[in-house]
Ligand binder design. Structure first.
Ligand SMILES: NC(=O)c1ccc[n+]([C@@H]2O[C@H](COP(=O)([O-])OP(=O)(O)OC[C@H]3O[C@@H](n4cnc5c(N)ncnc54)[C@H](O)[C@@H]3O)[C@@H](O)[C@H]2O)c1
Ligand SMILES: [Zn+2]
Ligand SMILES: [Zn+2]
Length: 379
């Protein structure tokens, strides 16, 4: 089968790879219809993770079931399904509690497994013609019969929509509250969409890319352009000097200052500054235990100079981590089906798999107009 393979930093190629196949009786085999490029892929693409070369990328997948293992009960051939980026077993201590991003069984020795992901097990990704889905009955989210016309919406259930929603859950967003979101990439935009669905009274999204900020406005947010570094001041002014009730970090360890230089503690300290006393902060942007490629001495060891004194004095709370996609994807699917959520508003490009290398390059450069790329292996 054709697949997009990571070769090394900024080198991905579409190649012939062995076909994905059923390996265990609980597996499901999916023919990929849509598979997205994610900001998380970019950390790998840039060589800023320990991703092994030769592996197939792609963790945001939607497709049709073409084969099922002998122990698969619920899922049938022909079902259209969206796969959470995290692979859960469904029966471990964490999965039982809905914490499927931290499954203890799927990737032995580690809490958490995912497709085509550094440090999340050996599973191949779905930027390919076929994908093997372990524990298929548990992991496949079935799509409604008429889902085809909304595939671009439903594919967002694999990651960015539940992840944006998770950011608002971690931050504890309630109806009527004010929210500040750092990052207007796909995840930040989905956090804005989620905060709007939850009935936030004021949503502020900070970034520097005009195309992305325009989408934040489309999501019902106030766009805060930080290209001159005034984001914090703008938020304090909008919140009458108090700060927002809740804050979401949707950028991660490669966050930059206005000149584009990486400053790993910037968004975290800006959140402490711009969230009100006793407010809370949800961090879904990725931070990693060690980052040898960082210029910053602390960041090399996965550490940062965090304004803990101010955080403590303000009595703030913080929650972090991978999104437990399965905790939300069913409800978010039903919002899409009911026409109450339309996450595909972030999509800028729909391309055949063959054009993935070029798409990676453009998305990585955050080129104007490249806000979210969908790949169609069958096109
Ligand atoms: N926790 C999870 O489960 C999960 C899931 C998916 C993605 N992620 C992570 O979420 C993060 C965002 O993903 P994405 O797909 O939106 O990525 P992206 O790289 O497309 O978007 C990040 C945005 O942040 C902006 N940015 C950079 N520095 C900033 C700053 N100082 N202030 C404000 N904005 C700044 C960039 O201009 C960019 O638009 C990544 O770290 C990704 O790995 C986490
Ligand atoms: Zn993703
Ligand atoms: Zn599990």
């Amino acid at each position: 089968m054709k697949a997009l393979v990571y070769q090394g930093p900024r080198d991905v190629r579409v190649m012939d790879m062995p076909d994905a196949k059923i390996e265990r009786p609980t597996d499901v085999l999916v023919k990929i219809i849509l598979t997205n490029i994610c900001g998380s892929d970019l950390h790998m693409y840039e060589g800023r993770t320990n991703m092994e070369s030769g592996r197939i990328l792609g963790h945001e997948n939607l497709g049709e079931v073409v084969e099922i293992g002998k122990a698969v009960d619920r899922i049938k051939i022909g079902d259209k399904v969206c796969l959470p980026f995290n692979i859960g077993c469904g029966f471990c201590k964490n999965c039982e509690r809905g914490l499927t991003g931290y499954c203890l069984i799927a990737n032995p020795g580690m809490a958490g497994a995912a497709y085509g992901f550094a440090g999340m097990g050996p599973f191949s990704g779905g930027q390919a013609e076929y994908l093997r889905v372990p524990y298929g009955d548990f992991n496949c989210l079935k799509l409604p019969p008429d889902s085809e016309e909304k595939f671009n919406d439903y594919v967002m259930l694999s990651d960015v929509f539940p992840t944006g929603y998770h950011a608002t859950q971690l931050a504890g967003v309630l109806p009527g509250e004010t929210v500040v979101i750092y990052g207007a990439g796909p995840v930040g935009l989905m956090a804005a969409h989620s905060a709007s669905i939850k009935g936030a009274s004021q949503i502020m999204v900070v970034d520097r890319h005009k195309d992305r900020l325009a989408l934040a406005e489309e999501a019902g947010a106030i766009a805060i352009d930080d290209s001159d570094g005034s984001g914090v001041d703008q938020i304090m002014e909008l919140t009458k000097g108090k700060g927002a009730d809740r804050g979401c970090e949707c950028v991660g360890y490669q966050c930059c200052d206005k000149a584009g230089h990486e400053v790993p503690n910037l968004t975290m300290n800006n959140l402490v500054e711009t969230v009100r006393a006793t407010g809370s902060i949800g961090v879904v942007g990725v931070f990693i235990p060690e980052d040898p490629g960082a210029k910053d001495k602390l960041a090399k060891q996965g550490q940062m100079a965090f304004d803990f004194g101010k955080f403590w004095i303000k009595g703030q709370r913080i929650a972090t981590g991978q999104a437990n996609v399965k905790a939300y994807n069913r409800q978010l699917r039903d919002l899409i089906a009911a026409g109450k959520a339309n996450p595909s508003f972030i999509v800028s490009h729909e391309l055949p798999l063959e054009q993935a290398p070029e798409a990676y390059k453009n998305f990585d450069e955050r080129k104007d107009g490249w806000t979210k790329v969908l790949l169609r292996p069958g096109a």
